[in-house]
Design a protein around this ligand. Structure first.
Ligand SMILES: [Zn+2]
Length: 392
């Protein structure tokens, strides 16, 4: 059965918006045709369901931690990252049942919020079942963590076992953050990634203390290591920012997602472009406001012309897991055109995950999910108002 839907505007993302464009789709949400209003008339198509609003593809959330969903509302805001990490470590323990219930609710809410694919960070296997029965496509990043160089071999072995246990779901082993992974562990992750041509993700420059630690070996990270009981005598300040210190340790042949980038400078962006050809920059603005009360310097990213994706981060650092909410925050702070925001929210993430044959744009042959957004027109620009209805 073919159904025809239309709205005030259709934003295919891969091509220009169509005023009152028409989407033909089958019962499985497979797009058969995208028509202009005139083409629909000339083909004599009359049975069209019309909506007030904008039709856009399903969203791709490139950074989430389902495992932390039970911490919703429990973590204090604006503490800065070291304080955030301490709070999560102190409160993370919970009964499996509580964790699973919270993940199921989070997964269902993401689906309802029009999210079709998620790149999810996991430290345990506990999210596997939720992901298996979900209507959302998941890629799991198994996060390896350990700043003590002597432990790298054990950590990578444990990560490989977990990767296997996640099968048949897609998963890859990734470094947690520059300040929590030793050179030896970076090396092991790189070897494993290159063998399997895996996707890589890393938390990048989420706090000013991260840069301070690498440049001068000072700041509140020293207190965090103390809290963790870690002797870091072996670590020498590099005199460079975090990103410029660790990026050469990553494989330039693997697609790599840098997450947060709240304190990346234009020198960092230049360095990154010169040293890694396959980078994607994931912004999680609501989590940045939650933890650091600061946003990335977006004009620098626009000027550098890098590929941007969006992420929600976890319910430990966000009030909701909604890509629309992330888009609205960026639009309010930086007055961005909707078409640009949409490409970050859809096709760029799909391309990073290698699922652009199915997701990311309204194109015949894809089943990308279809969302209806409410909007207002202001100063010649479309502003999304946050109301969303998932149609496919
Ligand atoms: Zn994260």
């Amino acid at each position: 059965m073919i159904s025809y839907i239309s709205a005030s505007y259709v934003y295919p993302v891969s091509s220009a918006p169509l005023e009152e464009g028409v989407i033909a789709l089958d019962a499985n949400g497979l797009i058969l045709e995208i028509l202009t209003a005139a083409e629909a008339v000339s083909k004599g198509i009359t049975d069209i369901k019309f909506y007030e609003g904008i039709l856009v593809p399903g969203f791709v959330n490139t950074h989430c931690h389902l495992e932390l969903s039970h911490l919703k509302g429990k973590i204090d805001k604006h503490t800065g990252l070291p304080g955030f990490v301490e709070q999560v470590i102190r409160q993370r323990q919970a009964k499996d049942e509580e964790v699973v219930d919270a993940m199921e609710i989070a997964d269902r809410n993401m689906y309802a919020q029009g999210i079709v694919a998620v790149a999810d960070i996991s430290n345990q296997l506990i999210s596997k079942e939720v992901k298996e029965i979900s209507g959302i496509y998941y890629h799991t990043f198994i996060e390896a963590m350990g700043f003590n160089p002597g432990k790298a071999a054990d950590i990578i072995e444990a990560a490989k076992i977990m990767k296997k246990a996640f099968q048949p779901l897609n998963a890859s082993i990734v470094p947690h953050a520059p300040y929590s992974v030793s050179d030896n562990l970076f090396n092991e992750i790189r070897k494993e990634g290159e063998v399997h041509q895996d996707l890589i993700s890393i938390h990048n420059q989420e706090t000013p203390e991260e840069n301070e630690f690498f440049e001068y070996k000072s700041g509140s990270f020293l207190k965090l290591y103390e809290f963790l009981g870690l002797n870091i005598d072996f670590f020498k300040a590099t005199g460079r920012s975090s990103l410029q210190s660790y990026l050469p340790k990553l494989s330039p042949s693997l697609k790599t997602l840098l997450v947060h980038n709240t304190f990346s400078s234009s020198a960092d962006l230049d360095f990154a472009k010169a040293n890694h050809p396959a980078l994607y920059w994931c912004l999680c603005p609501n989590a940045n406001l939650y933890i650091e009360n600061k946003l990335p310097a977006l004009p620098l990213f626009l000027e550098a012309g890098v590929k941007i994706t969006l992420g929600t981060d976890s319910l430990a650092s966000n009030d909701q897991l909604s890509i629309v909410a992330e888009m609205r925050t960026l639009q309010q702070h930086f007055q961005l055109p909707l078409a640009q925001l949409l490409s970050w929210a859809t096709i760029n993430g799909a391309e990073f995950l290698g699922i652009e044959d199915r997701f990311g744009s309204l194109v015949p042959g894809k089943t990308p999910g279809i969302n209806l957004l409410e909007y207002v027109e202001k100063d010649g620009e479309m502003w999304i108002t946050g109301q969303i209805k998932r149609l496919a």
